[in-house]
Design a protein around this ligand. Structure first.
Ligand SMILES: [Ca+2]
Ligand SMILES: [Ca+2]
Ligand SMILES: [Ca+2]
Length: 865
């Protein structure tokens, strides 16, 4: 074993540096010579080619043309239109005809009505349509020289209403251009770190309405709106000319280019380059030449995927190394040990084994499972070394503490939350809540039918709901379905692992929470109580589990910061004028709305959660436990005797799965055979129709059912395992990686929990490694980067997540992010310098609760001899 003293390695480092310096002097001289005779771009640039995947490609640069489209649910997610992947980083998005200088999430988006990829002419053409204005345009992108020409053409002149509003936009990621400069027709400027450019107030009549007439702007009754003014206006714009990896040149052959800062209107805005479409014109109305610089022979640095939390000695330890397709894999990698003296000893050098291609990269693996001695290590591959990480028996012991100690307390609704000197938020939503009006479609995916289904009139105050509950994510609404999942997950954790950790002070009576302050009661019980209080209040005051409690206005919904400042915390009083108050009530209609459509399966989910909560709460808050059980029992009877709503057929799998779970939880709690009979009636056909979705419920039943149940389930487990084996071949990480519009860490965690339960009952079929593999992935053995997806957990972890504090480029410790998002067709992304992409970085309550369970499950399995 080679021993390298730190001093020695420092010496080698100096030698290496000297050699490098000499080499670079020679290189610089050579380069200088080349630069003198030929401009760098033409010397090294390679022409962009449309590839088989339907985007323009050259080394160091991809130009995507509507490989990703705007969707109608979250609207502008900054993941659609013409986009640049510049030296491995997605730096530009939103290239499209847009109706605002700096479009926000809920501004109108164009629909793609046609897309033609032509490899022969090396061009991609899209037809865009705004149905609201019967307005169609054509955008053609064609490779030319070392860039592309972008042409917008019209068959008919602009509709009158869009003159001065419609333009061609391309948006640049602020964090990619922070601390960089630009030249506008040669005039120098610095990209602002913080927005401070000008805005203009215009009358509301001039505004292009946002989605469904909603508005992100708090107008205060003045009938106006804001329009940002440009930072610069020019014909040729050079973005970051000093940085070869970010330099982009844009020339307009038609009108002016204007550079805007979208953050004046919305913290998640981007820098936008825009040309207006002229009035009364057809044919080519906008023409740009866009040339992003490319670094000659650029090769992306390898990403060494490994667990930032470390490994238990008995675990498999495999680093997955992600390589540029132009990168030649090395033969070996080494695990070094760091001694208490600060020395580095080579612990293991082993072969790097090829895995193959997955999406756009090539993958190799380095297996260092033979390293088992407790200590600190890092991995070295080529000239790259990872952060140090531990190997030891206790590595999973406290990885879930930040999630229970910090993340969940901060998400607690209706409570004031303190942490040492900081108040995370005051007591929010004491004015909960008004009955939502009928016949509405809401911006958060909520809706109301033509009746309220309750005894309340639209906008009538529903009492009793200002209690318990969690903000479901980076926003501040209550999503009841997620509450049900969280409560059951917490009860699972309570019953399986007996988690008694007490580091939070929670007092319901005075609505006060303090982080890092024990109060003699297990925090998990207090969280179960907090969720149950809200669910019970819904049944008591509304009669059933509501879809959710959400905001009437977009400008309340997109709130950043302290949730207690969204409403005035005073009940709405229609007798007062807006912004008028008598000290007790208020004329401002800002209270949250209770959405009460019939939502298939939701009552069953709530019944399951209440029945489960009863067991955890009975030794702690007997009164609430009794109320939860009697609510669950009577709601179940009502639900069984109610005719199925028509949507139940559409969501049959969801509906039936929820009833299965409700019956099972009621059986476990009451031991009444009528529930187990119903459970058995439902579960087998459910598994025949959707195995992966239902086996998790079935496996939780094993300990409570007769032996025959377990025997009968076995063949389903075998089938599930063969599907697992197929999944494990699909990518080098051997775990399911989601490819939807929201990244897949939640499905991954659930998959792992199902594997845990199945392993407990069928250890010969389901291997325990399938439980740890998902955690390794979360902790850094994943594509794009090797950062831990659990904020504050592991040596290097997420420091920018989509929480209520996202505008501070910060995080709430213990939050688990969705992970790597697939930008079609082949680019997985999880940005760490930009917290505003919710599909990548928004922490939600379900995954965080499930993560607490999973970390404890792994800890338990690894503690077994
Ligand atoms: Ca929400
Ligand atoms: Ca406590
Ligand atoms: Ca209010």
């Amino acid at each position: 074993m080679a021993i390298l003293a730190m001093a020695q390695s420092g010496f080698h480092h100096i030698i290496g540096e000297m050699t490098l310096k000499r080499l670079s002097t020679i290189m610089a001289a050579l380069l200088g010579f080349v630069i003198m005779i030929v401009p760098p771009n033409t010397a090294f640039g390679q022409k962009l080619q449309v590839n088989d995947l339907g985007y323009f490609e050259t080394r160091g640069l991809n130009v995507l043309v509507f490989s990703n489209q705007y969707n109608g649910f979250f609207f502008d997610e900054k993941t659609a239109g013409i986009e640049l992947i510049h030296h491995g980083v997605r730096t530009a998005t939103g290239g499209a005809v847009r109706l605002q200088p700096t479009p926000e999430q809920w501004d109108l988006i164009p629909v793609v009505t046609g897309r033609t990829v032509d490899k022969k002419t090396n061009s991609i053409e899209v037809k865009l349509r705004y149905k609201e204005y019967d307005f169609e345009s054509k955008v053609t992108v064609t490779a030319k020289d070392n860039g592309v020409v972008i042409r917008v053409s019209l068959d008919k002149p602009l509709p009158e209403k869009l003159v001065g509003n419609a333009g061609f936009n391309l948006e640049f990621l602020p964090s990619a251009y922070f601390e960089k400069t630009y030249l506008a027709d040669g005039r120098p400027g610095i990209f602002p770190l913080y927005p401070s450019s000008d805005a203009e107030v215009r009358p509301l009549s001039k505004k292009i309405p946002q989605y469904n007439g909603y508005s992100t702007f708090e107008d205060r009754g003045r009938n106006e709106f804001l329009v940002p003014e440009p930072l610069a206006t020019c014909r040729t714009l050079a973005l970051a000319p000093e940085d070869p990896e970010r330099y982009v040149k844009i020339q307009s052959m038609t009108g002016d280019l204007m550079l805007y800062d979208g953050r004046v209107l919305a913290q998640n805005g981007w820098f936008v380059v825009r040309s207006l479409i002229p009035a009364n014109t057809t044919g080519t109305v906008v023409e740009w030449y866009l040339e992003p610089n490319t670094v000659p022979n650029w090769t992306r640095k390898p990403v060494i995927g490994f667990s930032q939390v470390g490994y238990h000695p008995s675990q498999n330890k495999v680093a997955v190394i992600e390589l540029d397709k132009n990168d030649a894999p090395l033969k070996t990698a080494t695990a070094y040990r760091v001694t208490p003296e600060g020395k580095l000893t080579e612990a293991f050098t082993g072969d790097v084994k090829p895995w193959g291609n997955y999406l756009r990269y090539n993958y190799v693996k380095f297996d260092f499972s033979s390293v088992r001695d407790s200590g600190l290590y890092f991995i070295k591959y080529g000239d790259q070394r990872t952060e140090a990480f531990p190997i030891g028996t206790g590595v999973y012991a406290d990885v879930w503490h930040p999630t229970l100690d910090v993340w969940f307390p901060v998400q607690m609704d209706h409570m004031r939350v303190r942490e040492a000197y900081r108040i995370w938020h005051g007591t929010p939503f004491l004015d909960d809540a008004l009955q939502a009006p009928v016949n509405i479609r809401h911006f958060d995916g909520y809706w109301m039918d033509s009746t309220t289904h309750t005894k309340y009139k639209p906008l009538e105050h529903i009492p009793g709901l200002d209690v318990g509950g969690w903000f479901d994510a980076g926003d501040f609404d209550i999503e009841t379905a997620h509450h049900c999942t969280v409560i059951e997950s917490f009860v699972d954790a309570w019953e399986n692992f007996g988690i008694k950790r007490d580091e939070t002070f929670i007092d319901q009576k005075t609505r006060f929470v303090e982080i890092h302050r024990p109060d003699g009661t297990p925090d998990l019980l207090q969280q179960i109580e907090h969720g149950t209080l809200q669910l019970v209040a819904q049944f008591k005051n509304v009669g059933f589990a509501v879809r959710g409690i959400n905001f009437p206005y977009l400008y309340e919904y997109h709130h950043l910061g302290d949730g207690s400042t969204i409403t005035d915390n005073l009940l709405y009083n229609p007798k007062l004028k807006p912004y008028e108050t008598d000290g007790m009530t208020s004329g401002t209609l800002d209270d949250r709305w209770v959405f009460t459509p019939k939502f298939p399966g939701l009552n069953y989910s709530a019944i399951g959660a209440l029945a489960a909560a009863t067991r955890a709460l009975k030794g702690y808050n007997k009164e609430l436990a009794d109320e939860a059980l009697s609510t669950a029992v009577s709601a179940y009877e009502r639900e069984r005797n109610e005719p199925l709503p028509p949507q139940a057929r559409m969501f049959a799998w969801f509906f039936s799965n929820a009833e299965c779970d409700a019956a099972l939880q009621l059986f476990i709690t009451t031991k009444d055979e009528k529930y187990s009979r119903r459970f058995n009636e439902l579960i087998w056909p459910e598994m025949d129709s959707a195995l992966a979705w239902n086996i998790a419920t079935a496996t939780r039943a094993v300990p409570y059912m007769p032996k025959e149940f377990k025997t009968r389930l076995e063949k389903y487990v075998e089938k599930y395992q063969s599907e697992n084996e197929r999944l494990s071949q699909l990518n080098p990480y051997g775990v399911p990686i989601g490819t939807r519009g929201w990244a897949g860490d939640e499905e991954l965690v659930n998959w792992s929990i199902t594997n845990y339960f199945l392993h407990k009952s069928y250890p010969n079929i389901i291997h325990r490694e399938s439980v740890y593999k998902a955690l390794d992935y979360l902790y850094g053995c994943h594509p794009y980067s090797n950062i831990s997806f659990v904020a504050g957990v592991g040596t290097h972890s997420k420091k920018r997540t989509y929480g209520s504090n996202r505008a501070d480029f910060s995080f709430i410790a213990g939050g688990v992010v969705p992970g790597v998002l697939l930008l079609k067709p082949d680019f997985l992304e999880n940005k760490e310098d930009w917290p505003f992409l919710w599909g990548e970085n928004e922490c939600v309550i379900d995954i965080c609760a499930d993560y607490i369970f999973l970390a404890n499950a792994a800890n338990e399995l690894l503690g077994e001899k």
